[in-house]
Design a protein around this ligand. Structure first.
Ligand SMILES: CC(C)(COP(=O)(O)OP(=O)(O)OC[C@H]1O[C@@H](n2cnc3c(N)ncnc32)[C@H](O)[C@@H]1OP(=O)(O)O)[C@@H](O)C(=O)NCCC(=O)NCCS
Length: 296
């Protein structure tokens, strides 16, 4: 049965998030495109967002999604279909058609999708990412401190955005982008954290994340660079978030970060998260782009 591919827009984001939530397993941590990635993607203006999300369906049922950005694809294949050759082929064809000279994609280990791409000449991205995970229980509900809480007003949002911009080189995050994210699907204001020092300056921040009652993945912890390195600001904001997630009834939290980001791995580890897996995306080397596109 044929797989249909549909280009989606902002109006589809709530349905995508609801479907991805339904695909999360209680007994496993999430890998691949996650509800939090879609929520973060909502920060983009319509002209940048529209066309970047695609859905793949069979017989009217969604079987895969993909977030297609220039040179980077984040696919997610429905649970139980990792070995489905037809679904893998449809997603792989879309990824192969990316026009950029070099393209990178997530692909679950052992999946038909990863196997297909490897047959087409794709190879390991040399930079591994580390997945860290922590199950949450009632003992985590008390984590946090009184100076770390969700931004309470417009000034707080400005500070939250400033932390993000300062911590991530090349960040284009703005208050407008934050507002688009905050009105997007799955945004939970209780899970957006901002730490202040003893004179009230913003020192660290964390993304909101979706996933009450289930596993949560949190992409970004950020410390404001002028604030001292290793002073515990990153850990404070992370612990406040773990506490909020515990109180919200989340069962676990995972994060992916480049393995070479020693500061990130250290801050997550120091809050009780444990490295449980290294993952490597696949890349299509420039020299293979023409022959791979012809492969049948
Ligand atoms: C990652 C980041 C938030 C850490 O913030 P921080 O305030 O310096 O971290 P903390 O002071 O809370 O330190 C927590 C632990 O990490 C350790 N640590 C911090 N930076 C480190 C580094 N560069 N190398 C090794 N360990 C480091 C600290 O010593 C401390 O360890 P301890 O628990 O044994 O005492 C900060 O470096 C940052 O904003 N980086 C840029 C954004 C980023 O990459 N975020 C992560 C994205 S997934």
């Amino acid at each position: 049965m044929a797989i249909d591919e549909t280009i989606l827009s902002r109006a589809d984001l709530p349905d995508i998030v609801a479907t991805l939530m339904a695909w999360e397993g209680e007994a496993s941590y999430p890998l691949g495109l996650h509800v939090g990635d879609v929520g973060w993607h909502a920060r983009l203006p319509d002209d940048e967002l529209d066309g970047t999300m695609r859905a793949f369906s069979r017989n009217g049922v969604w079987v895969a999604f993909g977030l297609f950005e220039p040179g980077l694809v984040r696919p997610r294949i429905a649970p139980g279909l990792a070995y489905d050759a037809e679904v893998a082929r449809a997603v792989a064809d879309a990824v192969q058609a990316m026009p950029q000279p070099q393209v990178c994609t997530d692909a679950d280990p052992g999946s038909a999708f990863r196997t297909w791409l490897s047959a087409a000449g794709w190879t390991l991205d040399p930079d591994p990412w580390t997945c860290l995970y922590k199950p949450l229980d009632s003992g985590d509900r008390d984590l946090g401190d009184s100076a770390t809480k969700p931004p309470a007003d417009a000034d707080g949002v400005c500070d939250r955005v400033a932390v993000q911009r300062a911590a991530f080189t090349g960040s284009t995050f703005t208050v407008e982008a934050w507002q688009r994210m905050a009105t997007g699907p799955g945004f939970d204001p209780d899970l957006e954290m901002l730490s202040r020092d003893d004179v009230g300056r913003p020192v660290a921040g964390r993304d909101r994340l979706v996933g009450r009652g289930r596993k949560v993945r949190n992409p970004r912890t950020a410390r404001h660079p002028p604030r001292p390195l290793g002073a515990g600001h990153g850990r404070r904001v992370l612990q406040a978030l773990l506490g909020a997630l515990g109180r919200a009834g989340c069962s676990g939290v995972s994060v992916h970060t480049p393995a070479r980001n020693a500061a990130a791995v250290a801050v997550y580890t120091s809050s009780g998260m444990r490295a449980i897996e290294n993952t490597q995306t696949l890349i299509r080397p420039k020299r293979l782009s023409v022959s791979a596109a012809r492969l049948e």
